[in-house]
Design a protein around this ligand. Structure first.
Ligand SMILES: NC(=O)c1ccc[n+]([C@@H]2O[C@H](COP(=O)([O-])OP(=O)(O)OC[C@H]3O[C@@H](n4cnc5c(N)ncnc54)[C@H](OP(=O)(O)O)[C@@H]3O)[C@@H](O)[C@H]2O)c1
Length: 230
């Protein structure tokens, strides 16, 4: 089976995607900024390499030969971190580097993880515009994410990279189980869906690498209401 390169392999989504990929028999290259911090991933059989998702050269060099790439990078891990260090152009730079770097490395598929803030609410507006649904203090991060999605869309059919953004349709839960009952939706926030486990997000990510069903678009990932957790 072909290799998969995971940008942000040391993060919560990246670890879940890496575990799912290893479990399916893929070779995984895990891109992190400081490999010394991720000896545990190397011990699991991941080829842990230093890289930066915002640098074209880094993407091109590290992704060569892979059948798919995953963008699970985030420059912001929670409100306690604050926004002083947040680059509003981070996700745009990542989109540019990934589209160009993967295309020149011949990697056909990119699955990026999105943020529920820019899914559309019942009134057709982005969730982040409803202060009762999305905390206003985190809006700068949501806007940065949205700019990255816009950049991917702007590439249209001009890019050789068949990308898809999978966006959790609600909160992501780190310790919740893998149910495999997740579904893909559309651009709207799924109504009443419970939180999604990182593990189920990872199932959707790997499914879309192995058998792509959505192309150059963004869709939600969710477990339908009423589906019992394993
Ligand atoms: N409900 C939702 O919609 C929801 C909830 C949570 C997260 N998310 C989204 O899911 C994605 C992943 O989030 P997460 O929770 O997994 O975040 P996380 O646990 O904070 O992990 C993010 C990882 O990004 C890496 N990183 C940061 N800058 C980098 C760079 N320039 N190049 C390469 N790697 C870099 C960091 O790795 P190092 O420190 O090792 O370099 C870190 O391990 C993000 O897009 C996030 O916004 C969505």
């Amino acid at each position: 089976m072909g290799g998969i390169v995971v940008f942000g392999a040391g993060g919560r989504a990246g670890r879940a995607v890496t575990a799912e990929a290893l479990g399916r028999g893929h070779e995984v290259t895990g891109v992190v900024r400081d490999p010394a911090r991720y000896a545990d991933l190397a011990a699991e059989g991941v080829s842990v390499v230093r890289g930066d998702v915002t640098e074209i050269g880094s993407v091109r060099e590290l992704a060569g030969g892979a059948v798919g790439a995953v963008h699970a990078v985030s420059p912001f891990s929670g409100p306690e971190q604050g926004f002083d260090s947040l680059d509003p152009g981070f996700f745009v730079k990542a989109a540019d580097a990934l589209l160009e770097g993967l295309a020149s490395a011949g990697v056909p598929r990119l699955v990026a993880v999105g943020l529920f803030a820019d899914l559309l609410g019942a009134d057709g507006r982005p969730v982040m515009d409803d202060p009762s649904a999305f905390p206003p203090p985190i809006r700068p991060f949501a806007l940065a994410h949205t700019a990255g999605l816009r950049r991917l869309r702007e590439a249209g059919e001009d890019t050789a990279v068949d990308w898809v953004m999978l966006t959790p349709g609600g909160g992501l839960e780190q310790d919740a189980p893998r149910t495999g009952r997740q579904r893909l939706g559309d651009e709207r926030m799924p109504e009443g869906a419970p939180g999604l486990s990182y593990a189920d997000l990872a199932v959707a990510v790997l499914d879309e690498i192995e058998t792509p069903t959505r192309h150059r678009t963004r869709v939600s990932v969710f477990v339908p209401r009423g589906v019992r957790r394993a």
